[in-house]
Design a protein. Sequence first.
Length: 256
Amino acid sequence: MPFVLAFESEVIAEQLTIIEKDALDEVDWKDLISLNWQQSPPTCRNWVDYLNRETANGIDIVIARFNLVVKWCVSEVVLTELPSERARAITKYIHIASHCHRLHNYASLYQITLGLLSSDLARLKKTWSLVALREKQMLEHLEQLCRPLRNFQSLRAEMETAMPGNGIIPFIGLYTHDLMFNALKSARINSTAPEKEPLINFERYQTAAMIVKNLLRLTEASSRYTFSPDTEALSRCLWIAALSDQEIAQRSRALE
């Protein structure tokens, strides 16, 4: 049985928020400007092993954690044998994601929503038939928020306008993507005078600075959270593990 069932959904959402906040604290703006992170992050199936094995900067840690939480969510569901219990687990994760939304923790919200919408869970028709309509509607609302339409317009708009007094956790992947896309622009542009040397493309550097500034504004807001950790729940949420993609697919097909 997934351990999240033993705790209140709000408690789990708070612990995930604390963990994401601590990871964000490790992000260095100089790494953002210089695009200093692994473009192909290593496979992470166990948080203990990852931290023991990898020498990573803050951005790498945030990305690795993101990928692991998605796989962990899916793994916990497919490792549950009975359809009724799987439906309970899915319902629990929907509630946790909803609480993350309320807490403005957009990282955990996106991770869990992505996991719940994965093809390996979507194909479990019998399981989903046991999930209440109310929870399905809650998930649909979260899905609409997380859709990549117009470069994640809905998610961006909510993140960048939600500045509550009690904190915010941004989904950093949007900003690393923006920085990578911006870096594709030419560093120099042709002068209007043919005999002159190419000019520095200041727009490229100004855009990079603006992207980093917007992200840092949000990461600084993460310090505003005031809730206290639940020692047991925090430990369980931190030291998570997941199945491999192949194992997840095999389990899913074997269940239904």
